[in-house]
Design a protein around this ligand. Structure first.
Ligand code: SAH
Length: 344
C-alpha cells in the first residue's frame, strides 16, 4: 500500500488531486504525519468519509524503537530501530548546551570499507527511505517529549550515496509544516563522494558539510578510507572549495586519532599545509576502538600536540568531546554488537 510518509508536499498535492480532493488536504495531512499521527481518523480536520477512503488505499508507515541504551556518564541515548522488513538500524541522541542533537543513519550497513569503522563490517544491506530517516527523528522526539534542534547525518551509511532520499529528508526537516529545523542546524557527513559534494553544493543550502578526512596524504588515506582511491585528496578538496563558494559555509574535516597510524607531528604539519587558507574547521576525534579492528586511540598527549600544531598554522581546531562511550555510541558499533548477540 502506498506510504504517505516521506512524500513531499508537492507529491501529496498530486495525490490528493488524483482523488478529486482540494490541494490544501496535502498540507493538512503532511502536518499530521510529522506530528506523529498515523491514523487518518485521528486527523481531526479531515472529514470522516475521506479518512475512511484513505485508510483503504494508503497508509502512514512507522519504524519501531526496538532497544534503548542510556549512558550513565552523560545524557546520550542510543536507539536501535526495527524496520518493516526486519532490518535493524541505530541512532544516537546527544545533549549539548545549544540543544538536542540526533545522529541518524542513512543506510543499513555500509559499503565504504573504512578500516576503523564498525558499520561496514557486515557489508551494505540497503538504502534507507526518506520516511525511515524522518522516523528516527520523530520517534526520538516522541520518546523524549521534547523537540530535536539539530540533526547530523553521521550514523551508519554514506548519505551522499543515497542522495535523493537524503535531500527529501532534509527538506522535510526544514519544512515549517513539519520540523521547522533550519538548514544551519543540519550536518551531512561524507567519506568524500566528490560528485555528491558537488551536487549538494548546487542546492545552495546552508547545510554543514563534514568530510571524514582522517589522513593528510593519499597513500595513508587509501588504506584508511578506500574510497580515496576513486576520489583522491586533491579532487576532494577541490569539491570542498566549490561547496564553500556555493554555500558560504565553513567545511568541517573530521580526523580520527589512531595511535601510531595518523597521529604523528609530520601528519599534523602535512594536514595543516593541506588545509591552510581554506574556510574550514578540524574536528579531532579520539578513535573509538572497535572489537574486530586492532586500532588503538592516540594518547591524550599526542592529540594535544597535534592540535597545537594545527593551531600554530592558524587552523581552527577542536578535540571532539566523547559522548556515550559506555554504550558503544560510535558509528555502527551498537547494531554490530547486537547482531553478533543474535547470531550466538
Ligand atoms: N559515511 C559518512 C557518515 C558515517 S560515519 C562518513 O564517512 O562521514 C560518521 C563518522 O564516524 C565518520 O567521520 C567516521 O569516519 C567516524 N567513525 C567511524 N568509525 C569510527 C570509530 N571507530 N571511532 C571514531 N569515529 C569513527
Amino acid at each position: 500500500m502506498m506510504d504517505l510518509k516521506g512524500m513531499t508536499i508537492e507529491e501529496l498535492q498530486d495525490f490528493f488531486k488524483s482523488l478529486g480532493e482540494p490541494a490544501y488536504r496535502a498540507r493538512q495531512v503532511f502536518r499530521w504525519i510529522y506530528k506523529g499521527v498515523e491514523d487518518f481518523e485521528k486527523m481531526t480536520d479531515i472529514p470522516k468519509n475521506l479518512a475512511l477512503k484513505l485508510k483503504e488505499i494508503c497508509r502512514v508507515s512507522r519504524i519501531k524503537i526496538y532497544r534503548k541504551f542510556e549512558s550513565k556518564k552523560d545524557e546520550t541515548v542510543k536507539y536501535l530501530f526495527l524496520l518493516e522488513d526486519g532490518e535493524i538500524i541505530e541512532s544516537v541522541k546527544m545533549e549539548h548546551h545549544y540543544g538536542t542533537t540526533v545522529c541518524v543513519s542513512s543506510q543499513v550497513g555500509c559499503a565504504m570499507g573504512c578500516a576503523f569503522c564498525a558499520s561496514t563490517l557486515g557489508g551494505f544491506r540497503r538504502n534507507l527511505t526518506c520516511a525511515e530517516m524522518v522516523d528516527q527523528v520523530l520517534a526520538i522526539q516522541e520518546d523524549l517529549r521534547k523537540r530535536v534542534s539539530h540533526v547530523v547525518v553521521m550514523g551508519s551509511g554514506e548519505p551522499l550515496l543515497n542522495y535523493d532520499e537524503l535531500m527529501k529528508f532534509l527538506r522535510i526537516l526544514n519544512s515549517e509544516l513539519a520540523f521547522n529545523i533550519s538548514y544551519r542546524r543540519m550536518s551531512v557527513s561524507t567519506c568524500g563522494i566528490v560528485p555528491g559534494i558537488r551536487r549538494l553544493a548546487e542546492e545552495e543550502l546552508p547545510i554543514t558539510l563534514s568530510v571524514s578526512l582522517h589522513a593528510p596524504s593519499d597513500d595513508l588515506r587509501d588504506r584508511l578510507v578506500p574510497v580515496n582511491r576513486r576520489y583522491p585528496i586533491m579532487e576532494l578538496l577541490d569539491a570542498c572549495k566549490y561547496y564553500i563558494i556555493k554555500t558560504k559555509r565553513r567545511v568541517t574535516f573530521e580526523y580520527i586519532m589512531i595511535s601510531g597510524v595518523n597521529d604523528s607531528k609530520e601528519c599534523a604539519v602535512k594536514l595543516a599545509r593541506l588545509l591552510k587558507g581554506l574556510l574550514c574547521h578540524v574536528n579531532l576525534i579520539p578513535l573509538n576502538p572497535v572489537r574486530e579492528r586492532d586500532f588503538r586511540r592516540s594518547t591524550f598527549d599526542k592529540i594535544e600536540v597535534f592540535e597545537e600544531i594545527l593551531k600554530s598554522y592558524g587552523i581552527s581546531v577542536t578535540v571532539r568531546q566523547e559522548m556515550g562511550a559506555d554504550i558503544e555510541a560510535a558509528c555502527g558499533q551498537l547494531r554490530r554488537s547486537f547482531l553478533n548477540e543474535v547470531k550466538k
